[in-house]
Design a protein around this ligand. Structure first.
Ligand SMILES: [Zn+2]
Length: 282
């Protein structure tokens, strides 16, 4: 009997070691997240890291995350947003004012960081984030679980979740506000297969759907490898192999996917074009 117990203990021990290896060895995981050099992390890599470690796909009630960080409530068809129907309204002075409220849970430093993320979107665009006074439509910034946003303006109050400290990086904050302004991930553009190859076998099987294409309006702007909305090369990799690679052309080796902290030039053009704003000087 004792021998059996001993055997059981040993086998439990071995399987625990094995499981830990699976969870923590550089080759195997944590699934969907590859450790990069800090300089190499894109905004989306940070988001995947925060969301895969801490957030389940169901964020609350019937709200789930699509493509890793876009909140979708069942019953509300947010895909219609792609047809320019979920824009924030534009003021007569030519600016698009997005009212926000900030959770009192954020510290002064954290608040500063969130403002920096807003500045990143405002610079060179007609978008202005303003503290809410009476506006009916507004973004409620809260440290819920994970980094996520709804797509476009939903009308009324809508949450942008920026969990502390994982999501409080300037690029992550700007990325989530881009979703709130109505933008999806760059590699979900319908024409993406002309520019990148999705390495389906390398993607964690449970996250294949994050690589779907969507009927988006690309606003006649060129495919933007360096968009803050682009997945990094190893997004949702199951074994550390690339999941998205630029299509073979002369310069494909030099192309870097995604962006760590600031909007690309084309990201700013996208905002100004979607909201029909004149180009503002930086
Ligand atoms: Zn995103």
């Amino acid at each position: 009997m004792e021998q059996i117990i001993l055997l059981c203990l040993i086998s439990t021990c071995i399987s625990t070691i094995h499981a830990q290896k699976l969870l923590f060895s550089p080759k195997w995981g944590p699934i969907g997240y590859k450790e990069h050099d800090a300089d190499d992390m894109t905004a989306m890599d940070e988001i995947i890291k925060a969301n895969e470690f801490q957030a389940s796909r169901l964020i609350d009630g019937s709200t789930t995350l699509r493509e890793g960080d876009i909140a979708v409530s069942s019953g509300r068809r947010s895909k219609v947003c792609f047809a320019r129907s979920c824009l924030w309204s534009k003021s007569v002075d030519g600016h698009v004012y997005v009212a926000y409220s900030l959770s009192p849970k954020y510290s002064e430093m954290e608040t500063k960081m969130i403002k920096k993320g807003m500045d990143g979107v405002e610079k060179g665009t007609c978008v202005r984030f303003v503290p809410r006074t009476h506006q009916r439509d507004y973004v409620e910034i809260q440290p819920k679980t994970g980094c996520w946003s709804y797509l476009g303006s939903r009308g009324g109050r809508q949450t942008v979740s920026l969990q502390s400290p994982d999501c409080l990086r300037v690029g992550v904050i700007s990325h989530e506000f881009m979703h709130a302004l109505g933008f999806v991930h760059e590699q979900s553009r319908l024409d993406r297969d002309n520019y990148v190859t999705i390495m389906w076998p390398n993607i964690w099987r449970d996250r294949l759907r994050n690589f779907e294409k969507f009927k988006t309006d690309s606003l006649d702007l060129p495919y933007d490898y360096g968009s803050i909305m682009h997945f990094g090369m190893f997004a949702y990799s199951q074994d550390g192999s690339p999941t998205i690679i630029p299509k073979n052309n002369q310069n494909s080796k030099d192309i870097k996917l995604g962006q760590a902290s600031s909007l690309s030039r084309i990201d700013k053009m996208k905002i100004n074009k979607l909201y029909k704003c004149g180009t503002t000087d930086e």
